[in-house]
Design a protein around this ligand. Structure first.
Ligand code: ADP
Ligand code: MG
Length: 397
């Protein structure tokens, strides 16, 4: 009798490193009030994004400053202004700031300064809920550390774990990853989590929710004592206060926004599909408007994402899909094609709701009402980023 049959009386263990997607999606109706999804954009957004303070004022290492300027960043965003100094001083932090407000650089810039001071003995671990977000954060780290002797790697599911071995042969100052793969590497004793000095949970309210908290706790226990812990998100889950207190020591709480609000740069509207009219036809008609240039279309299920992508292509609208049943290669290719404009519409489940930063997404469309307000905030936050104006359209019944 093999292992699997012997164990078959026990319930199957929850899959590790759950993607947004892996939880079974019940066909529940959202109970959110459609009126929540109508809002004029506030042109004050750009001012909210930029402060008076320039990066040159921060006293950063010259090379880092040069790389920041080369990225086109001149003045700090609000969250950057409030968090970079205390993080340089080594504080723990919980930071809440709107979608697209520059949280990544807010935690990476201090990490880079710490790493430069003692590259042989410094490791930061950045943990994210999705693979794409992990890759994106490493990309930003790389661009900020061009020409420096600092090294990073990303460890995520859906990739060959044997190639991770190679990456772990050199001293890494920044490790980015999703919980499942990080734990697997730790189980194999390839990744020594005790060496982590700085722990970052990006999208921390997601990292501390049901789908991830067991894995995150395991990671935290294996890391043990550390110098700094940073939590960043656009939303806050009041029920997580105890968990958060357990992670942070003498933290600074930075709240640029209340944590329950959409970015004011996003124009929000709803579309009611009249009885007897086909919802897909209404959707397809929207694309007659050339202003819908770069669109993320969210659906509740993977199956519907596949179906809509197919139907859009049949209707002559260039579309692709991204969700948890697709291979990582496929997912990466879709993101690339969407970034480059090869496809106009990216049909996605909530696997793409958080963190993903694609420049100039013109519209986010919710084909169905999202289940929670937080899901809505993150989804529509894929547009209206970095002070730009964006549009959100939500289908309601
Ligand atoms: P968040 O994590 O808050 O959602 P990101 O860190 O993904 O936001 O940043 C959103 C966008 O803003 C990115 O494209 C990033 O390059 C850009 N950005 C970040 N900081 C600045 C800055 N100081 N000036 C201009 N653009 C910035
Ligand atoms: Mg982010």
């Amino acid at each position: 009798m093999n292992n699997s049959t012997r164990k078959n009386t026990k319930p199957a263990p929850a899959p590790r490193g759950g993607n947004q997607d892996r939880r079974t999606v019940k066909k529940k109706e959202s109970t959110l009030d459609p009126r929540l999804f109508v809002k004029k954009a506030q042109p004050s957004g750009q001012e909210g994004f930029r402060t008076e303070k320039t990066f040159a004022d921060l006293g950063l290492t010259a090379k880092l400053l040069q790389n920041i300027l080369a990225k086109g960043y001149q003045t700090l965003t609000n969250i950057q202004e409030q968090s970079i100094q205390p993080l340089l001083q080594g504080r723990d932090m919980m930071a809440i700031s709107k979608t697209g407000s520059g949280k990544t650089a807010a935690f990476l810039i201090p990490i880079i300064e710490h790493a430069l001071k003692d590259p042989r003995n410094y490791t930061a671990l950045v943990v994210t809920p999705t693979r794409e977000l992990a890759l994106q954060i490493e990309e930003e780290f790389k661009s900020l550390t061009l020409g420096m002797q600092l090294y990073s790697a990303t460890f995520i599911g859906g990739t060959n774990i044997n190639s991770d071995h190679q990456k772990l042969q050199r001293k890494l100052q920044v490790i980015v990853g999703t919980p499942g793969r990080l734990l697997d590497l730790s189980d194999r004793r390839e990744l020594d989590l005790r060496k982590v000095n700085t722990l970052v949970l990006d999208e921390f309210d997601r990292m501390l929710d049901m789908g991830f908290v067991l894995d995150v706790n395991k990671l935290v226990n294996r890391i043990g004592t550390r110098d700094q812990t940073l939590l960043f998100s656009a939303t806050l889950e009041p029920g997580q206060k105890k968990l958060i207190d357990g992670l942070l020591s003498n933290p600074l709480e930075v709240k640029v926004s209340g944590g329950g609000s959409t970015n004011e740069n996003i124009e929000q509207q709803t579309i009611r599909v009249p009885e007897g009219q086909d919802k897909f036809d209404v959707l397809a008609d929207l694309f007659a408007n050339p202003e819908l240039e770069k669109v993320i279309l969210f659906t509740e299920t993977k199956r519907l994402a596949d179906r809509l992508a197919k139907k859009l292509v049949q209707a002559g609208i260039k579309a692709g899909q991204i969700h948890g049943d697709k291979s990582q290669n496929f997912r990466n290719r879709m993101i690339d094609e969407f970034k480059s404009g090869d496809i106009r519409v990216l049909v996605a489940t909530d696997v793409a709701a958080r963190g993903i930063d694609v420049a100039d997404v013109s519209h986010v469309i919710n084909y169905q009402l999202p289940m929670t307000m937080d899901a809505y905030i993150h989804r529509i936050g894929r547009t209206g980023r970095a002070g730009k104006v964006g549009h959100a359209i939500t289908f309601v019944n």
